[in-house]
Design a protein around this ligand. Structure first.
Ligand code: WTA
Length: 631
C-alpha cells in the first residue's frame, strides 16, 4: 500500500472513507502484511463491555512482519543503528538479516529456559540492542513482554513483576546515562527479594561491573545465547493474542498494565508511522524516546521495523558530553526524521545556539513531537533552529492506551499551527464532550476529548483488571473511550490538546499519578499526609509541587526535603522527585474530607488572587497559611 498522501484534499478523502466504512478501510491496510491465515471478520466491538477485536481469527507473527518478510528485499539494509552513550565509541549498524538472527537466537534462549506461549517476561534493560532482541524474541515465541523503564526503582519493579506474574526477567549489569552508571542488577536483586516467583534472571554484561551472580537463578546472556542457534520458527499467533503489557500511571492506585494485542497493533503502528511522518523508503529515522515507554515500543521498534525503515536507538542523553550530542547524532547518521519530546526541546533550547550550529543538520526532512503539549516558544525554536524553517513539525497526540498516534498533522500535507495536534489520523473519530456528558459539535468549542469508534491499536484491557479498564476509560461517557485530556477545536476545526483533566501530571513527558507520588512521600516516617499537584515548569512542562503535613513541625526543613526526595526516588524512581516541597499544618479540605486540589493548584501556579469559593472548607484559615508559605 502506498502511504504517500499528495495533498490535503487527498487526506480528507482518505479520512472520510475511513469513517464511512472503517472495516474495508482497515482491511485494505491490513492486506499489506504477512498473515499466516487471513481474518474472517475485520471488527467486532462493544464499548459498553468494553470489548474490541480486530482481524478476528487472523493468524500471524509480528516478527515475521518486522523481520522475515524484509529479508529478501532488504536483508542487508540497516534495520537498527545503535548509537552508544559515549560518542567516542563506534555505533553499531545491525542489518535486517543480523537482527533476524539475533532475535531468533534470543527466542531460542527463552525457549531453552522454559518460556512458553502466553508466559510474561519482564525486561529491565537499558537502551542497548539486546532490548530490541529481547522484545522481539518474546513476540517470536508468543510470550508477552513487559518492559519496565530502566529508571524505575526496585519497588516499581516489584509491583510490575508481581502484577504480570513474570517468572523470567531479562536485565543488564548496568546502564550508562551520560556520565552516570546505573546499577540495574543491584536494583533488580533488591526487587527480587520480594518476587519469589521469579525463577531465572538473564543478565547482559554491558558495563562490566562484575555483579553478584546468584547461583541457580542468574545466568549470563552471552553464555545462554552461545548454546543456541540463529533460526527459530515463529509461533503462529492469533490476531487477538497478547503482544505486550506496559504499565502506565493511573490517577488513583497502582499503575495500570495496559494490554496490547498483536494484529491490530501491528497494522496501526506501521500505518501511522508511514502516514504521519510520510516516511519514504531508505530514510533514516530517529525517535529519541526510551523503549521503556510506549513511544519506543510503537515508534522505535514495531512501527518502523514493520515498515522496513532504518531506526536509530540512542543509549545516551541530550546533555552529555555536551548539549550538542543530539545534533552530533543527526549529523553522524544523516538522520531524515527526528521524533522527540517538548521537554527535550525546551532543555536544548536553553543551551547556547553554538551547540546546534556546530553540526550539519541538512539531512533532516521531518520533525516530530510527542508526549505533552508543545508550547509555542519551543515549537518556533524547533522549527527555526533545527528544521531551518524547511521541515514540517508533526505534533503527535496519543497515549500508552491508544498504542499509536491519534491526532497529528500529516508531514508536509497538513498546514500546521504551533501547539495544535491538528486533525485525527484516518480511522480516528474524536469527539469533544461537555461536563454534562454531551458531545459539543461544530468549531470553536472546548471540552473533554473522547473517541467514539475503535481503532486497531487500542488497548484491550488492563491486565488482570477489566473492571478498572471499564471504569477508567468507558464510564465517564458511556459508549465512548475517554482519554482523560481536555481539548479545543478552533474555528478551522484544528484540535489543540489542553492537558489532563484528571489527577495525572505530565512531568518531562512522563505520566505520573498524583496519588502515586503522594503515597510515596507518605512513606517517610515523619510525614502524616500529603497533597501533590502539578505546576507550570519551564523545562519539564509540569513540575511536582508537594504540600506536606508532618507529625511534628520539621526542625530542619532542608534536610527533611532531601530525605523526602530520596524516599520518592527509591519508591518510584528519580522521574517522580518533587520539585517543591512546602511544609504545611493542614490541607484545604471540604467538610466531607476531600482535598480541594483546585486551590492547591492555583497556589502552586503562583496565582493566589482569586482562589474561588473557600467557604465550603472545613477550616478556611489553612488557605492563608499555605498562601503565605508558598514557594
Ligand atoms: C499527553 C505518550 C499534548 C496527553 C505517547 C496524553 C500530549 C498523555 C501529546 C499520554 C501531544 C501526549 N500534545 N499532550 N502531542 N502527546 N500527550 O501514555 O496528556 O506516556 O494523555 O503516551 O500525554 O502519555 P503516554
Amino acid at each position: 500500500m502506498n502511504h504517500a498522501i499528495k495533498n490535503f484534499e487527498e487526506y480528507e478523502r482518505i479520512y472520510n472513507k475511513s469513517i464511512s466504512d472503517p472495516e474495508s478501510f482497515w482491511a485494505e491496510v491490513a492486506e499489506g502484511f504477512h498473515w499466516r491465515k487471513k481474518w474472517d471478520k475485520v471488527l467486532e466491538w462493544d464499548f459498553t463491555k468494553p470489548e474490541v477485536k480486530w482481524f478476528i481469527n487472523g493468524k500471524l507473527n509480528i516478527t515475521e512482519n518486522c523481520l522475515d518478510r524484509h529479508l529478501e528485499k532488504r536483508g542487508n539494509q540497516t534495520a537498527i543503528i545503535w548509537e552508544p552513550n559515549d560518542p567516542k565509541e563506534q555505533a553499531k549498524h545491525i542489518t535486517y538479516k543480523e537482527l533476524y538472527g539475533k532475535v531468533c537466537q534470543a527466542a531460542n534462549m527463552l525457549k531453552r529456559l522454559g518460556v512458553k506461549k502466553g508466559d510474561r517476561v519482564c525486561i529491565y534493560l537499558p537502551m542497548i540492542p539486546e532490548l530490541a532482541y529481547a522484545m522481539m524474541a518474546c513476540a517470536r515465541i508468543g510470550a508477552v513482554h513487559s518492559v519496565v523503564f530502566a529508571g524505575f526503582s526496585a519497588r516499581s519493579l516489584i509491583d510490575r513483576i508481581t502484577d504480570a506474574g513474570c517468572k523470567i526477567v531479562l536485565t543488564a549489569d548496568g546502564g550508562y546515562r551520560g556520565a552516570k552508571t546505573i546499577d540495574l542488577k543491584g536494583i533488580m536483586d533488591e526487587a527480587l527479594q520480594q518476587c519469589s516467583e521469579v525463577e531465572k534472571v538473564v543478565v547482559v554484561d554491558h558495563v562490566h561491573s562484575n555483579p553478584e551472580i546468584k547461583q541457580g537463578r542468574d545466568l549470563w546472556w552471552h553464555d545462554e545465547i552461545s548454546k543456541v542457534n540463529e533460526e527459530c520458527e515463529a509461533e503462529e499467533m492469533d490476531a487477538e493474542d497478547l503482544l505486550y503489557i506496559l504499565y502506565t500511571s493511573g490517577s488513583t492506585g497502582r499503575p495500570k498494565g495496559m494490554v496490547h494485542t498483536i494484529g491490530g497493533y501491528m497494522v496501526y503502528t506501521d500505518y501511522t508511522f508511514r502516514t504521519t511522518f510520510q516516511y519514504q523508503e531508505g530514510q533514516v529515522y530517529w525517535c529519541t524516546a526510551d523503549i521503556g515507554w510506549v513511544t519506543g515500543h510503537s515508534y522505535i521498534i514495531y512501527g518502523p521495523l514493520s515498515a522496513g525503515a532504518t531506526t536509530v536507538m540512542f543509549e545516551g542523553v541530550p546533555s552529555w558530553p555536551d548539549w550538542g550530542r543530539f545534533w552530533q547524532v543527526i549529523e553522524r547518521h544523516r538522520i531524515n526524521i527526528l521524533y522527540t519530546a517538548p521537554t527535550a526541546i525546551r532543555a536544548l533550547a536553553k543551551a547556547p545556539l553554538h551547540f546546534v550550529e556546530a553540526y550539519d543538520l541538512s539531512s533532516l526532512k521531518v520533525l516530530g513531537s510527542v508526549g505533552e503539549p508543545i508550547n509555542e516558544e519551543a515549537w518556533h525554536w524547533y522549527n527555526k533552529n533545527i528544521g531551518k524553517g524547511n521541515c514540517p513539525i508533526v505534533d503527535t497526540y496519543w497515549q500508552t492506551e491508544t498504542g499509536g498516534v491519534m491526532l497529528s498533522p500529516i508531514a508536509g500535507i497538513t498546514k500546521t499551527k504551533p501547539g495544535f495536534a491538528t486533525f485525527p489520523l484516518p480511522g480516528v473519530q474524536p469527539v469533544i464532550m461537555n461536563d454534562g456528558g454531551l458531545e459539543v459539535k461544530g468549531n470553536k468549542v472546548e471540552g473533554r476529548l473522547a473517541i467514539q469508534f475503535p481503532w486497531p491499536a487500542m488497548a484491550r484491557t488492563i491486565y488482570g483488571d477489566h473492571k478498572r479498564f471499564k471504569d477508567t476509560y468507558f464510564s465517564t461517557f458511556p459508549g465512548k473511550y475517554f482519554t482523560g485530556d481536555g481539548s479545543k477545536r478552533d474555528e478551522e476545526g484544528y484540535y489543540r490538546i489542553t492537558g489532563r483533566v484528571d489527577d495525572i501530571i505530565i512531568v518531562s513527558g512522563h505520566n505520573l499519578g498524583t496519588a502515586e507520588v503522594e503515597s510515596a512521600i507518605d512513606e517517610h516516617v515523619e510525614v502524616c499526609e500529603t497533597a501533590v499537584v502539578g505546576y507550570p515548569h519551564d523545562v519539564k512542562g509540569q513540575g511536582i509541587y508537594a504540600f506536606v503535613i508532618c507529625y511534628e513541625k520539621p526542625k530542619e526543613e532542608e534536610k527533611l526535603r532531601k530525605e523526602i526526595i530520596d524516599t520518592v526516588s527509591k519508591i518510584i524512581g528519580p522521574i517522580a522527585k518533587p520539585d517543591k516541597i512546602q511544609f504545611v499544618s493542614g490541607l484545604p479540605k471540604t467538610r466531607s474530607g476531600k482535598i480541594m486540589r483546585r486551590i492547591l493548584r492555583k497556589i502552586a501556579e503562583g496565582d493566589t488572587s482569586n482562589l474561588g469559593d473557600v467557604t465550603t472548607l472545613l477550616d478556611p484559615t489553612v488557605v492563608d497559611e499555605i498562601k503565605e508559605g508558598a514557594l
